[in-house]
Design a protein around this ligand. Structure first.
Ligand code: C2E
Ligand code: CA
Ligand code: CA
Length: 736
């Protein structure tokens, strides 16, 4: 069995490997190969590829080898036949007949049968097996029937006795067997080659693809596992160029994810920032301030450390908003926020609480002076002029200061302490506002009661407006030369239900701050106009009326329409109405005021600058104001007989009035000497207790009827109860 032998050889060689397998630590070759294959065939595509390579290489080899072997086998058989033929030919040709007849010499292992017939067809030699030819004469060529293991052939041979026909049986079994053996070896070899090719394929794919992919996968897995929920890091990879593309793609993906993550982070940071910061100034907001305060109190308590809270509030912010619009108001708040921020290297925190209110925290302030120093710096920073679209805005701030631990009760929890210190700063701020703004105040206990009283006053004022607890009093003014009554100043009086008369000097500023002065001022104006008109109709036809206009009303923007409507409704001609505007109000923003004053003047109203001499009027502006009257403040009149400075001031104001063609009113004239002095100085008009105290309209009417003969004596009911002066009879002296 040639095939079995080939297999045997292979198996034999294979079993020799088992030593090698054992050497490698495997129990058998099979296990070793399986392991190697397992290692190699780690991926399905690689495995498939290896099988395809195995099959195709093997098939290709078979397709090439088998026909070749077939041809080779036949060539070997043909060569054997030819060899037997030529050796028989030479024997027959040259051998003597005896040799010819010796069959022993002709048969060998290759030529196993032979029949030679002469030309007549008689067999001359018959040896070995008989070839199977039915008719030897018919088959004259040397082809023969082919049987397993042998082949029968016919030859025509030349001998000395002429042509003979030889039928021979050639043994082909050895050729076949060696061909078979060779073929099997070749097939096994090609199988081996195919297997090797498959393995090489597996190895190659593994090396160039599977392993790098596995490594890449490992790296990706590692980078993911190490990322702990974050976007994984990029991987470093340089195993093969093919996979660099893959790694690059992965890295690009990671980069995109990182970018997205960064954007998310930025967004989160922004949201976080927005939650804790004010959008206008970008300063920390109330939420963040409260958090900071909590921590500051905690550290302060723990380490026994002082700290200070400053509440900073813009003065007259409403005025800016109304005058320039909310956009400018916002810009101003942002600007002040910016400036406060620039102090950040010196302070611990600045935050915007709301509107125009900021708060500053500073730790480790050793004494009051240091706190005041910071307050002054805050004020300086805020008051520096601010240019915006051609406007030069000048803000001012008030600052309320409260110190820890001095201003805080120690017998409460930290949260309450935080609340108290801020409340106290607010109380101090209120104090600064009530005291005229543009200043700082350090908290003290007295402020609190003042504030409480003030809050009560505000509530009472509201009620007073609803219940009409106000009255307008009239204080006459006379022409000093002719002693004729020119008119009166309307002065508001409030009779509080329980506290009695409250001075306008106390409640007007509160009404101004609470915004109630608009409503109250309108009521005063309408009342004064109506009652004056009535007095005119009663015969005092040239009677003027001067009405005080608060700064708040003046800057409200609605003054002219309000006044014109009041005049129209009461039918008082504009020329009889004079508006008294304080010097400080006019000087607040002169350029802007000039416009308003011109409008009012064009309308036919009289305009007076009240309390003249107390503010800082610029003469340059005074020239441009369409003002008809200057009212010398009563403070200068009071001491006129004793204070030479006051004399100088009064003389100067009179000189100014003459120069600018304005009438000068001296208010607060309390005695005859003052009046005489004013008279000699050429002052136009006088007003004061010496002439009359302010009085209700009915008393005013009675007074007017008696004037200028001074016959009118006010009784207990008709004197000005708001003034507690005791020279009630001054009018009697005058003119007698
Ligand atoms: P003012 O405009 O300077 O008013 C003159 C003040 O001097 C009045 O005080 C008046 O009673 C007082 N007075 C008049 N003659 C004499 C005098 O001979 N001696 C003294 N010592 N005082 C005299 P009043 O009524 O208490 O008003 C105080 C301030 O309150 C006013 O000062 C004015 O600024 C404000 N005010 C009063 N009424 C009104 C009002 O109707 N509207 C507004 N916006 N403010 C008003
Ligand atoms: Ca006045
Ligand atoms: Ca005055």
């Amino acid at each position: 069995m040639p095939c079995a032998r080939g297999v045997n050889v292979f198996v034999h060689r294979f079993t020799n490997w088992s030593n090698f397998a054992r050497l490698m630590g495997y129990d058998s070759n099979f296990l070793m190969i399986r392991h190697v294959l397992e290692k190699l065939s780690s991926s399905r595509p690689a495995r498939k590829l290896a099988v395809v390579v195995l099959c195709s290489v093997f098939t290709a080899q078979l397709l090439l080898l088998l026909p070749l072997m077939w041809v080779k086998y036949h060539q070997a058989v043909d060569a054997q036949i030819e060899q037997e033929r030529s050796s028989l030919q030479s024997i027959i040709q040259h051998s003597p007949p005896e040799t010819f007849l010796n069959p022993q010499g002709l048969i060998n292992s290759a030529l196993v049968g032979l029949v030679v017939t002469d030309a007549a067809g008689n067999p001359v030699i018959t040896q070995g097996e008989l070839p199977e030819f039915e008719d030897l004469t018919q088959n004259s060529n040397n082809s023969g029937s082919n049987r397993s293991g042998s082949i029968d052939v016919l030859w025509f041979l030349q001998s000395d006795k002429g042509r003979v026909l030889a039928a021979a049986r050639i043994n082909t079994a050895p050729i076949y067997q060696s061909s078979m053996e060779f073929t099997i070896t070749l097939v096994l070899a090609s199988l081996l080659i195919s297997v090797v090719a498959a393995l090489v394929t597996l190895w190659g794919t593994n090396r160039s693809y599977i392993t790098p992919v596995a490594q890449l996968t490992d790296k990706l897995r590692d980078s993911r596992e190490n990322s702990q929920g974050r976007v994984p890091d990029k991987i470093e990879y340089a195993e093969t160029e093919d996979l660099n593309g893959l790694a690059e793609e992965y890295n690009n993906l990671i980069e995109a994810q990182q970018r997205a993550a960064r954007q998310v982070k930025v967004k989160q940071q922004y949201l976080e920032f927005a939650a804790h910061h004010d959008p206008l100034t970008h300063l920390p907001n109330r939420l963040m301030f409260e958090d900071k305060l909590k921590r500051t109190v905690a550290t302060a308590v723990e380490n026994d450390e002082p700290f200070v809270v400053f509440l900073v509030d813009l003065d007259n912010f409403k005025f800016f908003n109304d005058q320039y619009g909310h956009l400018v108001g916002d810009k101003m708040v942002a600007e002040i926020g910016n400036r406060l921020q620039s102090m950040m290297h010196d302070i611990d925190m600045v935050a915007r609480l709301d509107g125009d209110e900021f708060v500053v925290i500073q730790r480790n302030i050793q004494d009051r002076t240091a706190a005041e120093e910071i307050a002054r710096r805050v004020m300086n920073i805020a008051t520096a002029p601010y240019e915006y679209r051609g406007f030069t805005l000048k803000a001012a701030v008030s600052v309320g200061i409260s110190c820890f631990p001095k201003d805080v009760h120690g017998d409460q929890d930290e949260e309450m302490m935080g609340e108290e210190i801020v409340n106290n700063a607010a109380v101090a701020l209120q104090e600064a506002k009530s005291n005229g703004k543009n200043q700082y105040q350090l908290f003290n206990e007295k402020m609190r009661s003042r504030l409480t009283a003030r809050i009560r006053l505000e509530q009472d004022l509201k009620l007073a407006l609803q219940e009409n607890q106000f009255e307008v009093y009239y204080q006459p003014k006379i022409d000093i030369q002719t002693r004729q009554v020119t008119g009166a100043e309307a002065l508001v009086r409030w009779k509080h239900p329980t506290d009695g008369f409250i001075s306008p000097e106390v409640f007007v500023p509160v009404a101004e701050e609470a915004g109630m002065i608009i409503e109250l001022g309108e009521w005063i104006l309408r009342t004064a106009c109506r009652e004056t008109r009535k007095l005119q109709q009663l015969g005092f036809s040239n009677l003027n009326i001067a009405v005080n206009i608060s700064t708040v009303q003046f800057t409200d923007g609605n003054l002219l329409p309000m006044v014109s409507k009041a005049l129209k409704d009461t039918m008082l001609p504009p020329k009889f109405l004079e508006l008294e505007i304080t010097e400080s109000a006019v000087m607040h923003d002169p350029e802007e005021v000039i416009n308003s004053l011109h409008e009012l003047s064009r309308f036919g109203l009289g305009l007076a600058i009240d309390d003249f001499g107390t503010g800082y009027s610029s003469l340059a502006y005074l020239k441009r104001f369409p003002v008809h009257t200057l009212k010398i403040d009563r403070a200068f009149i009071t001491d006129i007989s004793s204070d030479s400075d006051d004399v100088a001031i009064v003389e100067a104001v009179l000189g100014l009035g003459k120069h600018f063609n304005m009438k000068v009113v001296a208010e607060g004239v309390e005695d005859e000497d003052q009046l005489k002095f004013l008279s000699t100085q050429g002052c136009d008009i006088a007003q004061g207790y010496f002439i009359s105290r302010p009085m209700p309209v009915a008393v005013y009417l009675a007074w007017l009827r008696k004037w200028p003969h001074g016959m009118y004596t006010p009784n207990a009911d008709n004197v000005d109860k708001a003034d507690n002066g005791d020279d009630k009879v001054s009018v009697l002296k005058f003119g007698t």
